[in-house]
Ligand binder design. Structure first.
Ligand code: SAM
Length: 175
C-alpha cells in the first residue's frame, strides 16, 4: 500500500514537473482574469478553441458557458489539474459536453482546426511555442496570450483589467 501511494504521488509530482520543464508550471488563471478574456475577445460562437497547457480547463469551461456551440479542447501533461477538470466535466456532462481535456504535450500535437488558441506560459518557452503556432495554425487564427507579450510583434488587441495582467491578442499571420 505505501508503495502504491508513493507511485501515485510520484506520478502527480512527476507530471507537474514535466509541464514546468516543457513550458510552465501549473498556475491557474484567476476567475476575473478568465472573464476578462471571454467577455472581451470577439469570436465566432461556433469557434474551435484550444487552451495549450490547459491545467484544469477552467478557461475552456468559461468559454463553453459563454459559447455553447464552440468546441473547446485542452492539452496538458500534468495529471492532477487534468483530473480536477475531469471532475468538473463529470459533474456537468451536458453543460460541458463540448469541452475535451486531453493528456499530451502540445508541442507534438496537431491543432490546425483551431480558430482560437489561448495560452499562459513562461517566456522562455515562447521561441518553441511560436514555431509550433506557425507550423499548425491557419493565418486567420487568433492567439490570446496571458501576461507576457510575444517579443517584436505588435498585438492586434491588448485587453486590460483592473489589477489583472493583460491579455495580448495576435493573428497567426502577424506572428
Ligand atoms: C500557467 S499553467 C496555465 C493553466 C491554464 N491554462 C490556466 O490558465 O488556468 C500552464 C500549464 O501548462 C502545462 N504545460 C506546460 N507545457 C506543456 C506542454 N508542452 N504540453 C502540455 N501542457 C503543458 C503545465 O502542466 C501547466 O498546467
Amino acid at each position: 500500500m505505501p508503495s502504491l501511494l508513493f507511485f501515485i504521488f510520484f506520478i502527480i509530482i512527476g507530471t507537474m514537473a514535466w509541464g514546468c520543464v516543457l513550458a510552465a508550471p501549473w498556475v491557474p488563471t484567476l476567475s476575473a482574469q478568465r472573464k476578462l478574456l471571454v467577455e472581451n475577445l470577439v469570436i465566432d460562437d461556433a469557434s474551435t478553441i484550444y487552451d495549450l497547457g490547459c491545467g484544469s480547463g477552467s478557461i475552456l469551461f468559461e468559454f463553453a458557458d459563454r459559447y455553447p456551440r464552440a468546441r473547446c479542447i485542452g492539452y496538458d501533461v500534468a495529471l492532477l489539474p487534468l483530473f480536477l477538470g475531469y471532475l468538473v466535466k463529470f459533474r456537468h456532462p451536458v453543460r460541458y459536453k463540448n469541452v475535451s481535456l486531453r493528456f499530451g504535450n502540445f508541442f507534438t500535437k496537431h491543432f490546425s482546426d483551431a480558430d482560437v488558441v489561448v495560452a499562459f506560459l513562461m517566456q522562455k518557452a515562447y521561441p518553441k511555442f511560436i514555431a509550433t503556432l506557425k507550423r499548425e495554425l491557419k493565418p486567420e487564427a487568433v492567439v490570446a496570450i496571458e501576461a507576457w507579450p510575444f517579443p517584436n510583434v505588435e498585438p492586434v488587441q491588448t485587453i486590460r483589467g483592473d489589477r489583472l495582467v493583460p491579455w495580448y491578442i495576435y493573428h497567426r499571420s502577424d506572428i
